[in-house]
Design a protein around this ligand. Structure first.
Ligand SMILES: Nc1nc2c(ncn2[C@@H]2O[C@H](COP(=O)(O)OP(=O)(O)OP(=O)(O)O)[C@@H](O)[C@H]2O)c(=O)[nH]1
Ligand SMILES: [Mg+2]
Length: 299
């Protein structure tokens, strides 16, 4: 058990990570809890709350790309490798953070960082051990608008699962931007995405996950048809593969989601309570009067 507590916010580009960090900070402030905000996105510009530690003070993606002639993805990986060589930049200020503060780490949106390269797991290994010793969980955000496209949703779910396996930390999956799907998806239907089940695949004829050959419509010219039939991404094999993946997610209950509307304080509070539980934040705090607790929860 660490003596510091934190959450590292991950997810694809534009999933709402920075907005969620801002909403969390706002919520914590409203509830008289302190936090320590770390930006690890070397390309991030605008912040509603100034980060306590900003990777851009160590290295900026723009400079790396210009000076080393790297593209944005290679540049980003370079930035993290540079951070790993200069870890004092992060660990020194963290040593001063008390156990009553929630450390919030805002990450970039390139999912390769979470699924393909070992640099983030290495960083996490450092932060969760040694002098910093942070009890940490991952908050992995996926946009709720993805539920309109099941292929996208399953691919997002797989990226969440991949991050979960790579990081080896308690993992909280979050469907962000719920306000954008409000009123568009029936509650019962939404439930099936919150806790994905294999049925989502079986009745997904127009989802892009089940390939369907349609008679009597223009399916392209004959040669293309033949080629397409041979293609392993079509027909029964494609469907079978997708179904097997969905079954894996379903049977092992590997992924389920919390709903988040960053503009709604209750929604942010509910997600925060899962984060607190997963890092056992409250167990380590000074005992308080029960009434204080209720007031602090904003009730
Ligand atoms: N409607 C709605 N829009 C949101 C919500 N959260 C974020 N957004 C919008 O989504 C866009 C991306 O949000 P960010 O918070 O910058 O997303 P990010 O994951 O930090 O993006 P990157 O750091 O670029 O990967 C912005 O235009 C936000 O205003 C939300 O809960 N509801
Ligand atoms: Mg961001």
């Amino acid at each position: 058990m660490g003596s510091k507590y934190g959450v590292i916010v991950m997810g694809p580009a534009g999933a709402g990570k920075t907005t969620f960090c801002t909403a969390l900070i706002q919520f914590l402030r409203n509830n008289r809890r302190s936090c320590f905000y770390i930006n690890l996105d070397p390309a991030a510009e605008d912040f509603a709350y100034e980060p306590d530690v900003d990777i851009k003070d160590l290295i900026s993606l723009e400079d790396v790309m210009e000076e080393l002639h790297l593209g944005p993805n290679g540049g980003l990986i370079y930035c993290f490798e540079f951070l790993m060589e200069n870890l004092d930049f992060l660990t020194e200020p963290l040593e001063e953070v008390g156990e009553e503060s929630l450390i919030i780490i805002d990450m970039p949106g390139q999912i390769e960082l979470y699924t393909h390269v070992p640099v983030i797991p290495q960083l996490i290994a450092h932060l969760t051990k040694g002098s910093t010793n942070v009890s940490m969980c991952v908050a992995y955000l996926l946009e709720s608008t993805f539920i309109g496209d099941r292929a996208k949703f399953f691919s997002g779910t797989l990226s969440a699962m991949s991050a979960m396996l790579m990081m080896g930390l308690p993992h909280v999956n979050i469907l962000s931007k719920m306000d954008q799907v409000k009123g568009q998806v029936a509650r019962k239907e939404l439930k099936r995405f919150i806790d994905p089940d294999i049925g989502l695949m079986q009745d997904a004829a127009d989802s892009g996950l089940v390939y369907e050959w349609k008679d009597g419509v223009d399916n392209g010219d004959e040669a293309a048809k033949e080629e397409e039939k041979r293609d392993m991404m079509t027909g029964a094999s494609f469907t079978k593969l997708n179904r097997a993946v969905a079954q894996l997610i379903d049977e092992f209950s590997l992924v389920s989601f919390l709903k988040l509307d960053a503009q709604d304080e209750d929604s942010v509070g509910a997600v925060l309570s899962y984060i607190d539980d997963s890092i056992q934040f409250h167990e380590a705090q000074e005992p308080r009067e029960p009434n204080d607790e209720i007031m602090d929860d904003g009730e």
